[in-house]
Design a protein around this ligand. Sequence first.
Ligand code: 8YV
Length: 321
Amino acid sequence: MKVFITRIIPETGLELLREAGIQYTEHREKRHLSPEELIAACREHDALLSVGGNRIDAAFLQACKHLKVVSLMAVGYDNVDVAAATALKIPIGNTPGVLSNATADTAFLLMLATARKAFHMHKIIARGQWGFFEPTANLGMELNGRTLGVFGLGKIGTALAKKCRGAFDMPVIYHNRSRNEEAEQLLGARYVDFETLLRESDVLSLHAALTPETAGQFNAAAFAKMKPTSIFINTARGAMHNEQDLLAALQQHIIWGAGLDVTNPEPMDKNNPLLEMPNVAVLPHIGSATVEARSGMAKMAAENVIAGLKGAPLPYSVNKL
Ligand code: 8YV
């Protein structure tokens, strides 16, 4: 049995595959595979371990219906046509939970970096532009007691809310498709409708899945309802905010700042004006980029491959077959 792996992954995953007697091919070049290349590679293998946003769409699945499992080394599966996979009886696995803390840390980092214009200040020093100490310059804002609004209070949103309550005593409001009563009890979080979330959040952080409903949901109309002192944080998926509208909202002081770990497209163009704004912090999709999270993800992804190749139910499964 052979699995094709679309990137170099941590040893924790490879070790498990070797122990299970599964052969693997890693795509080691630092470039995306074209859809045709991915299909050609999968035709030579029995399973796919997919890292990054390869489109696992109906055409791919149809061309590769021999695959015994598609195991994502990611929690998000917006790149997969799950209905098509289910119809073809192809199990899809993902890696939830193990990256929640790391991703929440990234949101927390962006929140604080944005509030204190930290990335911009770093650039000023590196360019030799820091002249002397000015009591009225470089002023940011304090987060103590400000309201955290979470769009999608699941595992990652809850981890962020805990950090914000502990560090800055921030009250938490949230908007979800369904209520999260456990988090309400744990954090005193208050469920609000979408409009109220926009209106009352001082820091608004996205932790929902990218779906047809959430794509572009954070647009000019949404930013217009937010506070002029508010900070927008996205560590979920870049396609959930409209980048032109976000830029305009920042330029026109409709909102105060933004911290982005995800952009649309990735990588963000180096000439993007957002990169030159003092109240903006941008990172290259490093939400889950810790040793702990990535080794955990590789392990879970390998466990899904091993189960799928045996024809057993996946331990971390996206679709019910
Ligand atoms: C992954 C992510 O590293 O898990 C997710 O959904 O966005 C990241 O943690 C990335 O998608 C690569 O697969």
